[in-house]
Design a protein around this ligand. Sequence first.
Ligand code: SAH
Length: 296
Amino acid sequence: MSVIARLTAGRPEARRIAEFLERDFGEDGVAVAFFEAGQNWSVEAWFPEGTPETIATTVRDHLGADAFAAPIITETVPETDWVTESQKGLTPVVAGRFIVYGSHSRRHIPAGRIGIRIDAGQAFGTGHHGTTAGCLEILDQLCRSRRFHNPLDLGTGSGVLAIALAKLLKVPVLASDIDPLAIKVARENAALNHVGPLVRPLTAPGLHHATVRQRAPFDLIVANILAEPLMALAPQVTRMLAPGGNLLLSGLLPRQRERVTAAYQRQGLHFRGATIHSGWAVLIFARPAPPPEPYW
Ligand code: SAH
């Protein structure tokens, strides 16, 4: 039985606890996330095995003094065949409300889930990689609390994230990639998933394309590339993000998190949190919105 452990603390403690849990349990397949939750920060650690009691004890013992500052809530996560299969590394992959499946494993999509059909091919993004699955999970969470109207998927690969957004939000999604072959695949996949009219794939290095400039600013940008290009793209990406908009970055290792975060904070973005999925980090930022104009 899988168990999720949650605790809330101030930002420095939450961060320390998340890093601690990741370091000690990451290799056992424990996924750790920490993110802003109102006034505080929340840490979630997802244990593939255990009972709520044993996990609470394990976490409390590990945290020592920190555990007193942060009461630990544990609960079991109901397992379904889909989750079990994805844990075994078989298709399909479950991430948030999404299920990414290949045509050979096509089957009934359970109620409440959004199916995305992607065959392993010439473009990256079948959902199996921790970076893609991590992005899908966070996109699902972000879209639960907010409605986005104009998203950009930068480095779309197979188009998986753009397709997910089009299916979830039912709005036009711009999907760019430096590789023309990826764009061809993304276009085919969008059509196969019946979101061809919504997903607009285009070949562009970074954000250099007239259509990208025309459609900017975006209220949501997701970029699953790599740490170095992400840092180089920080000024351009920030310029294209609407005030109040959200940015998701992936394709980086936890040890690269500080440098990538600093590059985007230098551009004035607010760091909202990070998750670690199968050893890969996803970073979440927001562009601060200007204070409302006084009406007198
Ligand atoms: N979004 C997909 C694919 C990620 S792989 C997913 O989450 O699974 C990263 C993709 O980024 C590759 O297809 C690569 O061609 C593209 N890429 C790398 N550098 C880029 C750049 N500077 N501008 C645009 N795309 C880039």
